[in-house]
Ligand binder design. Sequence first.
Ligand SMILES: Cc1cc2nc3c(=O)[nH]c(=O)nc-3n(C[C@H](O)[C@H](O)[C@H](O)COP(=O)(O)OP(=O)(O)OC[C@H]3O[C@@H](n4cnc5c(N)ncnc54)[C@H](O)[C@@H]3O)c2cc1C
Ligand code: FES
Length: 256
Amino acid sequence: MKEVIDFRVLKIEHFESEDYLLDITPVGKSLLACKPGQFVNILIEDSPTTFLRRPISIGDIDEQKNTMSLYIKQVGGGTRKLATLKKNDIVNIIYPLGNGFTSQDIQSPLLVGGGTGMAPMLYLCKHFNKLNIKPHVLLGGRTKAALSFGKCFSDIAHLHITTEDGSLGEKGVVTSHSIFQEISTFDRVYTCGPSAMMKAVAQKAEAARIPCEVSLENTMACGFGVCLCCVTSTTTGNRCVCTEGPVFLSTELTEF
Ligand SMILES: Cc1cc2nc3c(=O)[nH]c(=O)nc-3n(C[C@H](O)[C@H](O)[C@H](O)COP(=O)(O)OP(=O)(O)OC[C@H]3O[C@@H](n4cnc5c(N)ncnc54)[C@H](O)[C@@H]3O)c2cc1C
Ligand code: FES
């Protein structure tokens, strides 16, 4: 079930690197059930330049408080406009969209996130916590400032970090992290982030014969399978990332 509904802004936390965490609650309703890896499509109100909704991953859900968190990076008009939201402002959202990650029968997951791809990893990590699993989470960024969001994982995961300048964690990119020496101890790898990062992570997982779920961030418009602007090439033909994804097994994707 999906719905188009107004959410009220509860809080917006701005980080050093101009990304921000937006906490919202549906006005007068309870949140619908959402899966880790699903996303919302947000209307950008009062914008002369941004007409289409913008897709953003569900970063976290607190069912008891009836709140959703979105972690957003400012890259253009839409995400910059959303950064100006204040407490009690209203945003219109279509959700939940997409398929989400699978987690059944997984005992030892490795979650790898870069950039805004860290957001779906937070909700996935909390989902595993509910299954009494404390996952290993590997986050990568250019600098320490790009990893402010990483603090959300400190108590809920075995956290590993890489930065390209060495300002936090191991110096390098995620696939150079020493955790990959132990990759055979994991039974599934999950990744979201820049395309080159996800391809490199998927190659490592495939080489170790471990299934890898990747969450694509293709450019989208409608978000529910009508405009066909988000298709990706798979071993079974072109598929809509917004309805049949954004999560695919890496082995299904021809470009991986
Ligand atoms: C399923 C899904 C989940 C996503 N989750 C998040 C999230 O949790 N947090 C977040 O900050 N962003 C997320 N994104 C990306 C986000 O949707 C785009 O950054 C946003 O739409 C850009 O809108 P804009 O108006 O600010 O920028 P625009 O003015 O539209 O574009 C500015 C620049 O960003 C680039 N860009 C636009 N869309 C994308 C995209 N999808 N991926 C990469 N680059 C893009 C453009 O090519 C351009 O260079 C997600 C995208 C998808 C498809
Ligand atoms: S975004 Fe319109 S079909 Fe996927």
